[in-house]
Design a binder for this molecule. Structure first.
Ligand code: SF4
Ligand code: MG
Length: 339
């Protein structure tokens, strides 16, 4: 596979008066051009932090970042701020959950997208506007030559998200990071936006990292899934295998809490019992052990005393899991159905 993005042992730590918050603690993954990686976890699992490091958003903060983020062979962690600015938007772009807060209320949608374009292209305003109208048309905004002059609040939520996608793709980046891109939208619009992203991905051959707590989104979009817990990957592999035969109890827990996508919009996830651990002082041993129903099936008190490594799972090449359980059929589907 031609991986144009390789993240190696990425750590993003925040020193605080109470100690170091290890928001991302040794994360590694790869992404090929035109493919999608889903990063899944509860809030506070480190999934957003790890991806904002790719955009260099930790720069100028007190975050301690180490490891490697290789994009087309260049380590994004060692380039200068100026080089990072050059690449941001042009090679890596971001789609946020809430376009209303990502867009400026006082400028027209068209002007904001044009600005994003002109940062990387030496063109006059008229040429930029023409390009913006083309992009708005491409993302399915009706009457783009008129709507280009609207302000963000004049767009519906779905249209704003389409405009955000236009803004992210206008410079044809090789990588787009979409952080909960459809969470604020109702289910029908959500499906349309995911379809649009997939269509544009094929057209532009864009690599996508989609950050979500929603395994329905992952099932629809992602080629590979990385499940995060307490700043670390706990399971990683091809989506189909991982969503049908996960081997780490936390992934099972996420699966059994997936809402029916066709059900009422207000239906919330059935949470996994307990709360995500503090990133300041995660539990010793396996960070998931206080919430795990399977730790008694592991010999001795291994789960409580020793952190499991990320080791090959049984679902073929590329499947990794962080769990002491040796029998991959435990936990099993009946258990999940009963839970
Ligand atoms: Fe549960 Fe132990 Fe596996 Fe952690 S290592 S998920 S506590 S069985
Ligand atoms: Mg987040």
């Amino acid at each position: 596979m031609d991986n144009f993005l390789s993240v190696r042992d990425l750590r993003v730590h925040f020193p605080t008066p109470d100690g170091v918050v290890k928001a991302t603690d040794g994360l590694s993954y790869d992404l090929a051009r035109g493919k999608t990686l889903g990063i899944v976890g509860e809030s506070g699992s480190g999934k957003s932090v790890s991806s904002s490091a790719i955009l260099g958003l930790h720069r100028g903060t007190n975050a301690q970042v180490s490891g490697e983020i290789l994009l087309d062979g260049t380590n994004l962690l060692t380039i200068t701020d100026e080089e990072m600015r050059q690449r941001r938007g042009k090679e890596v772009a971001m789609i946020f959950q809430d376009p209303l807060s990502a867009m400026h209320p006082y400028y027209t949608v068209g002007n904001q997208i044009a600005e994003a374009y002109r940062v990387h292209h030496d063109v006059n305003k008229k040429a930029a506007r023409t390009r913006v109208v083309e992009m708005l048309e491409l993302v399915g905004i009706p009457q783009p030559d008129r709507r280009v002059d609207d302000y963000p609040h004049q767009f519906s939520g779905g249209m704003r998200q389409r405009a955000m996608i236009a803004m992210a793709l206008i410079n044809d980046p090789s990588l787009v990071i979409a952080d909960e891109p459809t969470t604020a939208l109702d289910v029908t619009v959500q499906a349309q936006i995911l379809d649009l992203l997939q269509k544009l991905q094929r057209e532009f051959n864009t690599g996508i990292i989609i950050i979500t707590h929603d395994l329905g989104v992952v099932a629809e979009m992602a080629d590979d899934v990385l499940v995060m817990y307490a700043g670390k990957a706990v399971e990683y592999g091809p989506t189909k295998e991982l969503l049908t035969h996960p081997e780490m109890p936390y992934t099972w827990g996420l699966l059994s809490s997936v809402p029916d996508l066709t059900a009422d919009v207000d239906e919330k996830l059935v949470p996994i019992p307990g709360t995500p651990p503090s990133l300041l002082s995660p539990p010793k041993g396996c960070a998931f052990h206080p919430r795990c129903r399977y730790k008694d099936q592991v010999a001795g008190d291994l789960c409580v005393t020793q952190q499991p490594d990320l080791t090959p799972g049984s679902r073929g090449p590329g499947h990794l899991k962080r769990c002491h359980l040796t029998d991959p059929t435990v936990p099993n589907e009946e258990e999940v159905a009963r839970s």
